[in-house]
Write a protein that binds this ligand. Sequence first.
Ligand SMILES: *Cc1c(COP(=O)(O)O)cnc(C)c1O
Length: 423
Amino acid sequence: MNTSRSKELFEKSRRRIPGGVNSPVRAFGSVGRTPLFIDHAKGSRITDVDGNTFLDYVCSWGPGILGHAHPTVIEAVRKACMDGLTYGAPTEKEWKLAELIHEAMGSVEKVRLVSSGTEAVMSAIRVARGYTGRDLILKFKGNYHGHSDGLLVKAGSAALTTAVPDSSGVPASYTQNTLVALYNNPDSVEELMEKYQNQVAAIIVEPVAANMGVVLPEKGFLEFLREITVRYDTLLIFDEVITGFRLGYGGAQEYFHVTPDLTTLGKIVGGGMPMAAYGGRADIMDQVSPVGSVYQAGTLSGNPIATTAGIVTLDILKAHPEYYGELERKTKRLAAAFEERSKKTGEAIWVNQIGSLLSAFFAPGPVRDYDSAANSDTKAYGEYFGRMLEQGIYVAPSQFEAMFVSVAHTDEEIEETCRAICG
Ligand SMILES: *Cc1c(COP(=O)(O)O)cnc(C)c1O
């Protein structure tokens, strides 16, 4: 495979952009390679600057549930652009998207649009603190909630791969209000809540963890979080930046029938544009300025272009409830292929899969938390990554990320991928 143009662009980019990339996992460091520079994408396929085309299972890390360049989305965005890119004044579209989000998730009675998942989580936490008058936040080891200061403690995603436990540049005083419990471990939560009772503003959780690889909540875990937060008058925040509109149209809260107080959304909700959202109970959200005293603002928040992409994407998903069953079926087929490979080669592969999210851990498993995920053989993952790439399949360049399936992936393409996995 000729990748000379990508290599050349990487060298040039490295001179002007730290690591040559604008987000660390894109650097391919954890698979011992240099990144492919992408020229364009359509449906399930992505094409690099050397003209190599790959079946794409990264899907921009989650937004691409409809596949790339969906004609209806592109046409709507093109049309919206003609009316101006941003006004800094309210539009009907913002109301429309807020209604769509509420319709999908009844718990989100009021919602604010922002520009990234990081911003959504940061703002939701500020609201939780403002509402409860408490300072502490409890998060889970291996859950990722964006790169804001207070949450970069034992974060997953790239921070996990690059073995940097925390980030430098974050004063210790900024994270001393963050407690870290263990995912799928109620005792660790119980212990902290008992110790710090009446001080914890919120528990924040990825209802399905997808930033230490995909790790499912064990039976009763989310229900337990709901129960203990009620018991201690603490708010429960579901970070549904990945799971929202992916696990089902109503996200993880619909899938597991557990209702949080606040929800953060991103990725799919922006339809591929920089947009995210946070929302929840009206009495909590009314703490936000200008109604309440919690300040949060944004020049491009709810801008008409991103809002258009979000509305059209949600409209399409809403009109096609059958998509979710199809996604699940295709993703289960991929999971079976990994199991087949493991049987055939004797490699230790543990598969976690739910809906259109999948991780194949090169580990004996079971993978149920950060430590069991971190036990994976990342060298074996790197070899698998290279093998897939050679066969024209682009998967996440890190063991600790999800494989995303889109509705644009055909059954034939899934079978092609299964052969590559097994081969
Ligand atoms: C991606 C992600 C974020 C951060 O979103 P950005 O748009 O990258 O800032 C937060 N939480 C979860 C669960 C995510 O997957």
